[in-house]
Design a protein around this ligand. Structure first.
Ligand SMILES: [Zn+2]
Length: 58
């Protein structure tokens, strides 16, 4: 689990990152803020299972 201290846009409290199959979310401990994180800028470790090498025979 990742923490982002004092990063809540509402109360400047402590956020922690959580994720499920839909994406990643910020949760604030202090005020209960929950926000989506744009997956385009953070997630880079997804397996590229849908990309098949076209010339894998060589
Ligand atoms: Zn907050």
């Amino acid at each position: 689990m990742m923490w982002k201290m004092k990063s809540c846009p509402k109360c400047n409290g402590d956020l922690y990152l959580d994720y499920d199959e839909d994406g990643m979310f910020n949760h604030c401990l202090q005020c209960g803020y929950a926000g989506n994180i744009d997956p385009g800028c953070l997630i880079t470790d997804k397996p590229e299972t849908d990309r098949q090498p076209a010339m894998a025979s060589k």
